[in-house]
Design a protein around this ligand. Structure first.
Ligand SMILES: [Fe+2]
Length: 400
């Protein structure tokens, strides 16, 4: 990217960084288990939560223990389980009808990204019953107080239980867009490691690598705060210690809880410090070929880190030192390369390929890179700015 374009990006990012110092960022309260959630709702004077979840989790009966805990603590509840992957306006409207007709007073989202996205958007619909949801597209468009939202993650990766973002699709136009507002950060994140017990290893691998990508991209970016750096580093340390053991023993609740914490901290880091071109390219591939988000990130992460070159040597060398990968007497470049190798080996140990094989069509590459450049620039405070042409080269390096 040329000097002037880079300068434009950096000025934009600095402005956003300074503005965000005044935003009401907060972390959700960490709540341990179903009973503690029911107690919390009671303490807050809430009496009827709407539990929002998706069809597949409902089919497994995942919400049962929470509903039982509500009952045991004398709370009434309603259930909405018609969330499908990639939630839409019409799903939100259906959920709103249940919320209104049942006279609920708060939301509990149980699931991965989709249930959380649906519940976050639903909280906007409740505060603004008449307004077109499209008008909330973008940053800081929510001005009213939202109903309390509690999030129960059923995977350890997206960090959606701690982020300010909701992704939603307008079914009429098929426009998929993001709503970003600190008001969307859940009031509480509820952790129950038993919910993760049935996860297949490949999901543990891809969601865990999504969390690692959040932590690494926020740590190497230009918009760090002391707290986000601390959260990202702690997330990386936890992932280093627990992802592979969790992958190998999916029913180990201690490992599951450690990975839940890692995903939560990584989410807290990137919701303030952003992600980078790994996510921009992963979203491109996800949108066009439906590649699972975590898997796309996992494959892309080493390739993008290599493309950042010397702009990330210092930060990656720091990560290598923290994990004790290479003696500190080695040059920064070597220690940075050791960290990239570490990511490659972690991928390989969990059966994640080094390249996307027979996935990307040659005629799509230019559009994919353009899409990623549009998402990343000027928003993401990446260590080294790249234009569509440069991102095309990075994307090609990940293909086989
Ligand atoms: Fe992600």
């Amino acid at each position: 990217m040329n000097v002037f374009a880079t300068l434009g990006c950096r000025i934009f990012q600095k402005g956003l960084y300074l503005a965000s110092l005044f935003l009401p960022f907060r972390l959700p309260e960490e709540i341990e288990g179903a009973d503690a959630l029911a107690v919390k709702l009671g303490e807050m004077g809430l009496r009827k939560p709407l539990l929002v979840t998706d069809r597949s989790l409902h089919a497994l009966g995942m919400e049962k223990k929470f509903l039982e805990a509500f009952r045991a603590r004398g709370l009434d509840y309603a259930l909405f389980f018609e969330v499908d992957p990639n939630p839409t306006f019409s799903m939100v409207e259906k959920g709103y009808a249940v919320y209104r007709d049942e006279g609920c007073d708060c939301l509990v989202a149980l699931g991965g990204g989709s249930a959380m996205d649906a519940a976050k958007t639903l909280s906007i619909r409740i505060a603004y019953p008449q307004k077109d949801l499209t008008s909330f597209k973008g940053i800081l468009k929510v001005h009213r107080k939202l109903v309390p939202l509690f999030a129960i993650p059923t995977t350890a990766g997206t960090g959606s239980e701690t982020t300010l973002a909701a992704v939603i699709i307008n079914d009429a136009t098929r426009d998929k867009f993001q709503i970003d507002d600190p008001k969307l950060i859940p009031l509480g994140a509820v952790f129950d490691p038993t919910l993760l017990g049935g996860l297949p290893p490949h999901i543990i691998a891809s969601t865990g690598m999504d969390a690692l990508t959040h932590a690494v991209e926020s740590f190497i970016g230009h918009s760090n705060y002391r707290q986000t750096k601390k959260d990202a580093l702690e997330a990386i340390r936890l992932i280093h210690e627990h992802l592979l053991p969790f992958y190998k023993t999916p029913r180990d609740e201690m490992e599951a809880r450690a990975m839940q914490r890692a995903a939560f901290l990584a989410g807290a880091a990137f919701t303030r410090s952003y992600v980078g071109y790994v996510h921009a390219l992963a979203h491109s591939l996800g949108g066009t070929y439906n590649v699972p988000h975590g898997l796309a990130n996992a494959v892309l992460l080493p390739h993008v880190l290599k493309a950042y070159g010397k702009s990330v040597y210092k930060r990656l060398a720091y990560l290598s030192d923290m994990l004790g990968l290479l003696d500190k007497t080695h040059a920064k470049k070597e220690r940075a390369e050791a960290f990239i190798r570490y990511v490659e080996e972690l991928n390989a140990a969990m059966g994640i390929p080094e390249y996307f094989e027979n996935l990307v069509k040659e005629e799509d590459i230019v559009a994919l890179a353009r899409h990623a450049a549009k998402e990343g620039n000027p928003l993401y405070p990446v260590p080294k700015t790249m234009n569509a042409k440069e991102l095309e080269i990075v994307l090609r390096s990940s293909l086989k």
